[in-house]
Design a protein around this ligand. Structure first.
Ligand code: NAD
Ligand code: UDP
Length: 312
C-alpha cells in the first residue's frame, strides 16, 4: 500500500485519480482549496477510511505528517475561462505551487508526477505534436498565464530531477473530458452538452474550423498509472490522436443528444490554438498505452452525467 498525495484532487481529473488509487488499495491525501474544484467531486469516496481531504492552497507551504510515497501535482485552473478570470492564482499555482509540491516530494523522497498540458505547444506550427516540439507560445497573451506557468513547472520539475536526483514524471495531457467536469467551467465539452440538453444554441467560437482531439477520462487515468511505473523523466503526451474540428464536434453532440439546438457563432478567443493533435508514439512504445474508449461511448457517459445533474 502506498501513501499518495494528490494536489487538485477535488477537481475533475484529480477526483478520478483519487478514486483510482483508493480502488488499488492505496491511501490518498487530497490537497485542494476548491478554487475550481468542489467537495461534491470527492463525495462518492469522502468517507473512505483511506481517504483524507485537506483544504489548503498549495501556493503556501504544504505540511503533511508521516511518509508520502507519491505526489501527483494536478492543482491548477485548467479551463481557459477559469484561467483568464484567475490569471495570478494560475501563475502562482504553476510556479509557487509546483515548487512547494516538489519541495515536499524531495523532503519525503517521494515519486513526483507533474500534470502538464498540450498548451505548452501553444498554437502549434507542427501537427501532430511530438514531445520534442518546443512549441509556439505567446508569453504576453491572455493564455500565457497558463501556458508559461506550465512551461515553468516542467522546467522546475526537470531541475529537481537533474539537480536533486528526484524521481519525476511529466505528463502532457491533451483535452480530456468526462463526468465531474464542472457544468459551467466554460470548456467546449460541458458547454456544448449543457447547451444541447437545455435546447440553447451551441456556441461555436470562430468558424469552428479549429481542431481538438478528445480523450476520455478513464483512458487518461490508465495512462497516468502506467507512466508512474515507467522510468522516463522527460514529458510524455497522453491524448487521443483522433482529431476533429469544433464544428464537427458540435454536430456530434447534437446527434448524440438528439437536440434541435441551433449553432450560434461567437468570436474566437485570442490565441486559441488552431490545431491540436497528439503524437502518441512515445506513450505507445514506453507504456503500451493507447486510448480505448471511442468518442461516442465516452460522450454518451458524459451526457448521461450532465443530464442527471441538470435534473438534480
Ligand atoms: P479542475 O479545475 O477541475 O481541477 C483543478 C483543481 O485544482 C481544482 O479542484 C482546484 O480547486 C484545484 N486548485 C487550483 N488551484 C489550487 C491551489 N492553489 N491550491 C490547491 N488546489 C488548487 O481541472 P482539471 O481539468 O481536473 O485539470 C487538472 C490538472 O490537469 C490541471 O493541472 C490541468 O492543467 C491539467 N490538465 C487538464 C486537461 C484537461 O483536459 N482536463 C488538459 C491538460 C492539462
Ligand atoms: N469552444 C467553442 N465553444 C465553446 C467553448 C469552446 O467553440 O463554447 C472552442 C474553443 O475556442 C477551442 C475549443 O473549443 O477552440 C476547445 O476549447 P476548450 O475551452 O475546451 O479548451 P482548449 O482546448 O482551448 O484549452
Amino acid at each position: 500500500m502506498a501513501r499518495v498525495l494528490i494536489t487538485g484532487g477535488a477537481g475533475f481529473i484529480g477526483s478520478h485519480l483519487c478514486e483510482s488509487f483508493l480502488e488499488r488499495g492505496d491511501e490518498v491525501i487530497c490537497v485542494d482549496n476548491f478554487l475550481t474544484g468542489s467537495r461534491d467531486n470527492v463525495l462518492p469516496f469522502a468517507a473512505h477510511e483511506r481517504f483524507t481531504l485537506i483544504d489548503h492552497n498549495v501556493t503556501q507551504f504544504i505540511e503533511v505528517g508521516g511518509p508520502v510515497d507519491r505526489i501527483l501535482h494536478f492543482a491548477s485552473p485548467a479551463s481557459p475561462v477559469d484561467y483568464l478570470e484567475l490569471p495570478i492564482p494560475t501563475l502562482k499555482v504553476g510556479s509557487l505551487g509546483t515548487h512547494n509540491a516538489l519541495g515536499l516530494a524531495k523532503a519525503k523522497k517521494a515519486l513526483f508526477l507533474l500534470a502538464s498540458t498540450s498548451e505548452v505547444y501553444g498554437d502549434p506550427l507542427v501537427r501532430p505534436q511530438r514531445e520534442d516540439y518546443w512549441g509556439n507560445v505567446n508569453p504576453v497573451g491572455p493564455r500565457g498565464v497558463y501556458d508559461e506557468a506550465k512551461r515553468f513547472a516542467e522546467a522546475m520539475t526537470m531541475a529537481y530531477h537533474r539537480y536533486h536526483g528526484l524521481d519525476t514524471r511529466i505528463v502532457r495531457i491533451f483535452n480530456t473530458y468526462g463526468p465531474r467536469m464542472r457544468m459551467k467551467d466554460g470548456r467546449v465539452v460541458p458547454n456544448f452538452i449543457t447547451q444541447a440538453l437545455k435546447g440553447e444554441g451551441l456556441t461555436v467560437y470562430g468558424t469552428g474550423s479549429q481542431t481538438r482531439s478528445f480523450l476520455y477520462i478513464a483512458d487518461l487515468i490508465r495512462g497516468i498509472h502506467r507512466l508512474l511505473e515507467a522510468e522516463d523523466h522527460l514529458p510524455v503526451n497522453l491524448g487521443n490522436p483522433h482529431e476533429i474540428t469544433v464544428m464537427e464536434f458540435a454536430k456530434k453532440i447534437l446527434e448524440l443528444t438528439g437536440s434541435k439546438s441551433p449553432i450560434v457563432y461567437k468570436p474566437l478567443p485570442q490565441d486559441d490554438p488552431q490545431v491540436r493533435q497528439p503524437d502518441i508514439a512515445k506513450a505507445r512504445q514506453l507504456l503500451g498505452w493507447e486510448p480505448e474508449v471511442q468518442l461516442e461511448e465516452g460522450l454518451a457517459r458524459t451526457i448521461s452525467y450532465f443530464s442527471q445533474h441538470l435534473r438534480g
